[in-house]
Design a protein around this ligand. Sequence first.
Ligand code: FA5
Ligand code: MG
Length: 567
Amino acid sequence: MHLARTGVFLWAVRSARLLALPVQRISLIDSKRWLSHTPRCLSSPFAAFPEQSAQQGSKVDPKKTEKTSASDHGNGSIPESQFQRSLASAPQNKIIHDTTGSGSGANILGQPFVFDDVSNVTDSILGLVGRNLYDTPNHPLHITRKLIESVFQYPLYKNHIASNPVVTTKDNFDVLGFPKDHPGRSRTDTYYVDSQTVLRTHTSAHQHAAFQYMSQNPEKGYTICADVYRRDSIDRSHFPVFHQMEGARMWQQYRMKTTKGGTRLMGQEERKAQIKEDLDNLPEHSLEIIDEGGHHNYKTNPVQISHDEKESELVVQHLKRSLELLVQRVFTAAQEAMPGTKQEQLKVRWVEAYFPFTSPSFELEVFWQGEWLELLGCGVTKQEILNNAGLNDRIGWAWGIGVERLAMLLFEIPDIRLFWSQDERFLSQFKEGQITRFKPFSKYPPCYKDVSFWVRPSPDGASPIGAESSSGVAAAAGGDSTKASPAETQPAAFHENDIMEVVRNVAGTLVEDVKLVDEFVSPKTSKKSLCYRINYRSNERTLTNEEVNSLHDQVLQQLTKLPIEIR
Ligand code: FA5
Ligand code: MG
């Protein structure tokens, strides 16, 4: 990475120093205060916005605490079963079976849930809920979060965190405009607690609540940091729980005093001029950016019908420049921390994207370890979503960034599993407000094991393999619905994520990656054969043969429950 010593560089250095300043303390609102209904679970964690730095405890939107489906028994018409009651005092974040053995449920962060046919959360995933790594001082994710917050700072931006990942499907999908058949809603991509409740797949699940908060508060933007959950592939840059940070900024038409003593609404032209002024006030930067989307394709990535083209374009420019400054800021901080080290020129590019809740939409990618790595998604917020939160007079942008992706680049952490390490050799390397290069303690040997099986022919064109986006990221948060054919949302005979889930459940962080290494169709039976290679490798120690054999036997045993035929 090479960053020129320009005026912008000085700006970045100056702002990097802010890291050392005491940051605004986020005061947590007691989430129980936000609970106002008792649906099928004994009580609900569906807080409008459980934690934020302002004392807004009374501003809960009653609509947000209603379940939406006809199967909602939130009025208490269904009596609580003994099992439901017992879950309330059961150990947290573990699947509990009822005495008949036919029902199950869990107490997730103090909230009891009875599972239904749609539930697919597992013990291994629930075991990771509530670790709050992004809120643990001296953890690289916390340091990265603070670095991002220092770019999007109070009082212009309010910095929030949201520690309870259990949200309604309404908040995670419906209010954001996800079509009913969006692949992100499928059980192969998303962890369902029950049919109306998921472990959030993205921080955008809190967007509506944050917008409502903004409709009553003076800040012009916000950030939210949280853990998010996706059933996804297993490799060094994907983990089923990761962290996101969401940001938004908006401009408002507002009432101004006139010379005659009355007031008038500041019109769209003035708002446009304000965006232009704010854009001009953003510093220039010296990053090399590839931006073919400078003139983006209006057919596939349109300006919204209700928006003025020029105004939307200004919002896009402000969005892109703000995020480019973030990238420059982050990498300047890294360079500052490691003076004298030879760093490669940072290559960054904008590509067009699709999200149900923004238009136009973009993704920012950086060149990392020989390939383009997606850092974030963003776009101009859909006006309908703003209007639904009472923000009819605003226009604005939003983004969502993968915190690990940034932290891996910053600290040179080579494997996403390391963030979950409780090994002191990892944890002791990081200090609040400092960027230091990770020193691997040792590279332990890999142990490869293959598993081959036949898959049943798929129903009507459903893909037997994961419905992945072109960027290799699951569509759970709306990434690439354009690229997944409608058939992909039908239940496939087999989904790759099911294999990943089995491996994860048995071996957790002891598997580095799982790759498809062979695929063929038998000319005789027309059945498809797939071979996956599992790389058992710990970041912390050498695994013994015995241990790996036992893990692999358990994986094979668990795989027999899938609609596949082990060869
Ligand atoms: C979203 O989640 C959108 N909610 C982002 C957004 C917000 C767009 C607001 C527009 C407006 P996406 O699925 O692309 O988008 O995820 C955002 C980022 O999370 C990705 O760019 C990537 O950096 C990170 N990410 C996605 N999946 C994983 C994973 N399995 N492991 C680690 N990081 C991931
Ligand atoms: Mg994406």
